[in-house]
Design a protein around this ligand. Structure first.
Ligand code: C5J
Length: 220
């Protein structure tokens, strides 16, 4: 077992059973003209998490450890997008509408791509998900079972939506989860701070948090 100095207490993890999961680092959330901006958000708020996420990717790849990327996308016919999701927001652009990066949040469109700095390498698992949680209606659980993963290190956006939802889903499924503090961002800094606090409250009721430097150092 290796250990990461973390909150609320050190996080022990077996190297061979640990994977990095990077949630939704897509152009649709991080670049102007996508889903995030269509909802009225300042997309520059998500940029600080890019370099720490890249450092995590480099560390996991150097060790030959599994890396999983997720993308929030819908089928072109939107048959996997319930009206409750489609009609939410009330902004000028909705899911499926054409925007400057193609159709908003639709699989295969330029906006759905992971940003170039964090692009998946050949052989890395990419999970396309229609919901906020990455376990709902996806093969993620099977992929993790096949890898033999018991411990998940989380990065990605947005902290309180898809990252937290997926971390809670994973926690309920028995995974030991750690969210990397500087490798996640929200459009609302106060929501990020609150999410980190609620994850590690009550003795780590959802899991642990730690800075990327501590995770990278533990992998060296
Ligand atoms: C949102 C996400 N915020 N990836 N998606 O709608 O967090």
């Amino acid at each position: 077992m290796l250990t990461i100095p973390a909150l609320p207490y050190p996080f022990p993890f077996p190297l061979a059973r640990t994977a990095l999961i990077v949630i939704d680092m897509q152009r649709d959330f991080l670049e102007p003209g996508g889903f995030g901006e269509a909802l009225g958000n300042d997309v520059t708020q998500l940029r600080p998490s890019v370099a720490p996420t890249r450092a995590l990717l480099d560390a996991f790849r150097a060790r030959g450890l599994p890396v999983i990327h997720t993308k929030e996308v819908h089928r072109p016919d939107l048959s996997d997008c319930p009206p409750s999701k489609l009609n939410r927001g009330g902004g000028p652009l909705r899911i499926g509408d054409p925007g400057p990066m193609g159709r908003i949040l639709v699989a295969g469109e330029p906006g759905s791509d992971i940003i170039p700095e964090l692009a998946p390498l050949a052989g890395e698992i990419v999970i396309e998900k229609p919901g906020k949680g990455a376990f709902y209606a996806t093969p993620l659980a099977d992929a993790l079972a096949e890898l033999g993963t018991s411990h998940l290190i989380f990065a990605g956006v947005t902290t309180e939506v898809c990252v937290q939802t997926t971390m809670r889903e994973a926690n309920d499924r028995g995974f030991e989860c750690l969210l990397v503090e500087d490798a996640t961002d929200s459009y609302f800094p106060a929501f990020k701070a609150a999410t980190l606090a609620m994850i590690r409250a009550q003795g780590g009721i959802v899991g642990w948090t730690a800075p990327s430097a501590a995770v990278v150092a533990a992998l060296e």
